[in-house]
Design a protein around this ligand. Structure first.
Ligand code: IMP
Ligand code: MG
Length: 174
């Protein structure tokens, strides 16, 4: 049986989400912002985040990417499964991810969205996991940093399970 070791409780998650929302609200004050959530993992984080933004003009869209490859091998390629339908030309865009791991997904998504001609693109990841990073990328807004481990809960899944858990756990499989 997999073991779930708690690493971040819901009250601490809420505190960190509010801190990110405060920083974003201050940085984008008086501007239009388009938030683009990366499905499926970011759906809970994004829904919490947007309700704490103190901004008047916020739009929300989603896209979905998937990677195929040998897990840790560098030949992994990212594919777009669902694109946005919002016009982001000349708009300030913030990509919202559940977790930044190798960095390949966000790198791919930034390149893809730049082709739509936005005014700016920044990135926000609730968790920044550093150990497996393959590209020199860091998110502009981060909720919590971890070095390693496979995490589940608060949108994060293992084989589509555990996304609904309100706390975040380290999943240990023996
Ligand atoms: P990256 O391209 O390696 O940065 O991958 C980011 C994506 O991998 C995330 O959006 C997650 O879907 C998935 N992922 C990476 N690490 C974890 C984890 O610890 N738990 C659950 N999903 C993860
Ligand atoms: Mg994901």
């Amino acid at each position: 049986m997999p073991e779930l070791v708690p690493i971040l409780k819901r009250d601490e998650i809420a505190r960190k989400v509010k801190a990110i929302a405060k920083a974003i609200s201050s940085d984008y004050k008086g501007r239009q912002l388009v938030l683009i959530g990366v499905l499926k993992g970011a759906f809970i984080f994004l829904s919490d985040l947007v309700r704490h933004l103190d901004l008047e003009d916020v739009k929300i869209d989603f896209l979905r990417a998937a990677s195929y490859g040998e897990g840790t091998c560098s030949s992994e390629t990212i594919h777009l499964i669902k694109d946005i339908d919002t016009d982001i030309r000349d708009k300030d865009v913030l990509i919202v991810e559940d977790i930044l791991d190798t960095g390949l997904t966000l790198t791919f998504l930034i390149k893809h969205l730049k082709a739509h001609g936005p005014k700016s693109i920044r990135t926000c990841a609730f968790i920044d996991k550093s150990e497996r990073r393959k590209v020199g990328l860091s998110a502009d807004y981060v909720g919590h940093k971890v070095k390693e481990g496979f995490l589940v809960g608060y949108g994060l899944d293992f084989a589509e399970a555990y996304r609904n858990l309100p706390d975040i756990y380290h999943l240990k499989i023996d």
